[in-house]
Design a binder for this molecule. Structure first.
Ligand code: ADP
Length: 496
């Protein structure tokens, strides 16, 4: 049967999605299924690995049904996944020995505090990561330390470790392939991003037997063949990629200096730095990009509260009835009337790293109305993004020429225009904002020859909306200095 589609499996933190893309890179059908979150203790977050696969298969069937498409018509699958989340399973039965420990889970933070004090430099030099509970290594250690007989079984070679991509590939191929890609490996804190190999000393530090670890491959390439029992046809898996790097690739940010920002609950900024592993002096993470061969390097920074500030205005303050209404309200006033909003609800991330400071709405007068506050909240998303971009530019010692935007809040045209104004460069929003899935589909389609090259398929896939900067230099400088003054009032850890 003629192969007409590429399937992207996007296994996220709260839901799984399957999207089918045609030969022009257009999304033609999709399915989505949420799954249960487990919070066994305060700060702990788990998923049942059965649900990860199950919700994905439901999404796959829903997408086929929605598009009237047969499984045999799909040329290849690309998997994009929530990063850092850990699964450990029995290599003989395929049964996980414990639930998946999710990236958000803080159960290993005490151990990581010790690491921060003693081994931060060593870990950063090899992995590009800060010694934090967010990454996989301490979560694997926790399972091996706490599940009866897990460590001795792992040492005997009976248990396998994987990030979510690895677990899905293993399941889909009926246990024939135990592999991951460079982007996922680079988030485990066990992988040396300079030599591109698992690091024996890091594995020893975390007590992780190296025989548990998957083989590491380029993101686009051969990950075996998914079985027909699960998918209805034998389909090659031709990509695996961490979600944020997937979005970077989906945005075609494949050249040095290209940056994308995903405006979701938080914001994830990733900049391609080419062959250079840039050492950050501004609290950014160094990690690996998706590719079909040797990977490029990436600088990554995140903003904790992005679109979430809009949710807060809606759900806690009742100032708006929908997220979309924030745009209309912001545009109903000419400016914020001097109001500055610093949404440091959980402290501030890069480049400030102050976890103890808290939020503030500053500059309120008798004339302040809800539109001013809503406008200031949206501006804060762009201003925090500006700070991360600025940190990247300092680390790279070069300025960016455009910012690629995606994620739920990128639908907000006021936010996009204001972002272009404060950055002083164009902001581009593609027609398909499902860039994570698109990235996985591009990688799989290129790897199997379904797509010939990235440029031709991406151009036919999406005509972006471009927001050109309009503000003059004086207005921009004034906005930025007001933001800096507000931050000064909020930050507890100066130059932290
Ligand atoms: P996530 O993947 O983190 O769940 P999404 O990419 O789905 O996030 O984006 C959801 C976020 O975007 C929410 O925080 C929501 O408040 C925000 N959002 C959605 N639409 C808009 C809009 N039109 N204007 C501003 N924010 C929006």
């Amino acid at each position: 049967m003629e192969k007409k589609y590429i399937a992207a499996f996007d296994q996220g933190t709260t839901s799984s999605r399957a999207i089918l893309f045609d030969a022009h890179g257009r999304a033609v059908a999709s399915g989505q299924k949420e799954f249960k979150q487990y919070y066994p203790k305060p700060g702990w977050v788990e998923h049942d690995p059965k649900d990860l696969l199950g919700s994905l298969l439901e999404s796959w069937n829903a997408a086929l049904r929605a598009g009237g498409i047969r499984a045999e018509e799909v040329a290849a699958i690309g998997i994009a996944n929530q990063r850092e989340t850990v699964v450990v399973w029995d290599r003989f039965t395929g049964k996980p020995v414990y639930n998946a420990i999710v990236w958000q889970c803080r159960r290993t933070s005490a151990f990581c505090e010790y690491l921060k004090a003693e081994r931060a430099q060593f870990i950063y030099e090899r992995t590009g990561l800060p010694a934090d509970a967010y990454f996989s290594a301490s979560k694997i250690k926790w399972i091996l330390d706490n599940v009866p007989f897990a460590r001795s079984r792992a040492e005997k070679g009976e248990l396998l470790f994987g990030t979510v991509d690895t677990y899905l590939v293993w399941k889909l191929t009926g246990g024939r392939v135990h592999a991951t890609d460079y982007t996922n490996a680079s988030r485990t804190m066990l992988f040396n991003i300079h030599t591109l190999e698992w690091d024996g000393e890091l594995c020893a530090l975390f007590g992780v037997p190296m025989r548990m670890l998957p083989e590491v491959r380029p993101s686009g390439g051969d990950f075996g063949e998914a079985s027909s029992e699960l998918l209805g046809a034998k389909i090659p898996i031709c990509a695996a990629v961490g979600d944020q790097q997937g979005a970077l690739f989906g945005q075609r940010c494949v050249n040095e200096g290209d940056v994308k920002n995903t405006y979701g609950t938080g914001c994830f900024l990733l900049m391609n730095t080419g062959r250079r592993a840039v050492r950050s002096e501004n609290g950014l993470v160094t990690t690996l990009a998706a590719s079909l061969s040797k990977p490029d390097y990436v600088l990554e920074g995140s903003v904790f509260v992005g679109g979430a500030v809009v949710q807060w205005l809606r759900d806690e303050m009742g100032l708006i009835s929908s997220a979309a209404e924030s745009e209309k309200l912001a545009l109903s006033v000419p400016d914020t009337g001097g109001v500055c909003f610093v949404p440091a609800f959980v402290g501030l991330g890069a480049p400030y790293w102050d976890s103890d400071c808290r939020g503030m709405i500053y500059g309120i007068t008798r004339g302040t109305g809800r539109a001013h506050i809503v406008r200031a909240a949206l501006e804060s998303v762009a201003l925090q993004t500006f700070d991360v971009v600025h940190a990247m530019e300092q680390d790279l010692r070069a300025n960016i020429s455009r910012l690629c935007a995606d994620g739920g809040a990128s639908a907000n045209a006021f936010l996009m225009q204001f972002q272009a104004d404060v950055l002083g460069v164009p902001v581009e929003r593609p027609a398909i904002t499902e860039t994570t899935a698109l990235g996985a589909a591009f990688l799989a389609g290129l790897a199997c020859g379904f797509y010939k090259d990235l440029d031709s398929v991406a151009q036919s896939a999406a005509v972006p909306t471009v927001f050109e900067p309009k503000a003059d230099d004086a207005a921009r400088a004034e906005k930025l200095s007001a933001w800096e003054r507000a931050l000064d009032r909020v930050l507890l850890r100066k130059n932290g």
